[in-house]
Write a protein that binds this ligand. Structure first.
Ligand SMILES: [Zn+2]
Length: 315
């Protein structure tokens, strides 16, 4: 029996999971990430030790919030964990435990989980779009993760959709994630409520009268309850999402889009499906990609990392 230990290392917590060779979860736990380099390293090694004490581990798969070097062993840099610069994570664990380690970017690991075991199963070219605070992505082309020449591929949230548009945290203007993400839902709702509190009555009622408390989830709940304003906000955001997917299709021509993350809701999916063909080049002459919701949620990074480690063992 081959067991895999997977870690999903984010800015605040490390999710850990022991999986068997069929990717059944045997045990899972979470620990705080810590702040300093030695704290984080200590937390990672301690969890690896715990896993190795419980069962025999054949390989370790890591999903990490950062830019991973092409050897999939070293973290070049991480905006969430700034102390990681050229950090040899795989080597550190291998030296201690003498088992193979593979490191993958968290968005790629989640995309791989969908491709290998989720909504992207059977696809040849799949684009995963993660909609949360921003918009992230992962590309699986010809059934393999595509990382790009510099490990920067899949940053679809920063496609420049609007010239001189809204300012983005990346320093550019008019990026896709400013128009289609959980934050976009929230921003549009807050603006509308401030402009006209009467139209925003339902949203205000749900947040105790405080427009500052409106989030993407509030807008979704209100839309589900039939609130006109929230439905129109979904229409607008979904239209931007469809347009973004059409722009990706013009370049990559994938067969499947998988929408994941906290803002990937059935309502946004249906609006994106309506908008996508309108912006698709040669729309009436070509097959259209399927647009689906993701199968996995918070555990996608772990499952993807575990699967990648398992493949490494079987190489
Ligand atoms: Zn941007």
């Amino acid at each position: 029996m081959v067991n895999i230990f997977a870690l999903d290392i984010g800015g605040t917590k490390i999710a850990c999971g022991i999986y068997d060779e069929n990717l059944n979860l045997i045990r899972e736990w979470k620990v705080p990430t810590g702040k300093s380099l030695s704290d984080i390293e200590g937390a990672v090694l301690k969890s690896c030790r715990r896993a190795c004490e419980e069962v025999e581990i054949a390989a370790v798969g890591i999903s990490a919030a950062g830019n991973i070097k092409p050897d999939r062993r070293t973290i070049a840099f991480s905006t969430n964990i700034p102390c990681w610069i050229d950090y040899p994570l795989a080597e550190i664990i291998e030296d201690e435990f003498k088992i193979p380690v593979i490191v993958e970017n968290d968005a790629n690991a989640a995309g791989w989980a969908e491709f290998a075991h989720g909504s992207g199963q059977g696809s040849c070219n799949m684009v995963m779009v993660t909609l949360g605070t921003g918009m992230g992505g992962a590309l699986v082309l010809n059934k393999e993760l595509y990382r790009g020449s510099f490990g920067m591929a899949g940053e679809i949230g920063h496609l420049p959709m609007v010239s001189s548009g809204l300012p983005c945290g990346c320093g550019l203007f008019g990026c896709a994630e400013k128009y289609a993400s959980g934050t976009a839902l929230e921003t549009l709702a807050k603006q509308a409520v401030r402009r006209d509190p009467d139209t925003g009555a339902k949203l205000l009622e749900m947040t105790g009268g405080d427009p500052e408390k409106i989030t993407g989830s509030t807008v979704f709940a209100a839309a589900e309850a039939g609130d006109e304003l929230s439905l129109s906000i979904f229409k607008e955001t979904g239209a931007w999402l469809g347009k973004t997917l059409a722009a990706i299709s013009a370049v990559l021509d994938p067969d499947t889009y998988v929408l994941g993350g906290s803002a990937a809701t059935p309502l946004l999916l249906s609006e994106a499906r309506l908008s996508y063909p309108k912006f698709l080049q040669a729309s009436s002459f070509r097959p259209h990609a399927e647009i689906k919701l993701a199968k996995f949620s918070g555990d996608a990074g772990l499952i993807g990392a575990a699967d990648l480690a398992l493949r490494k063992v079987r190489e």
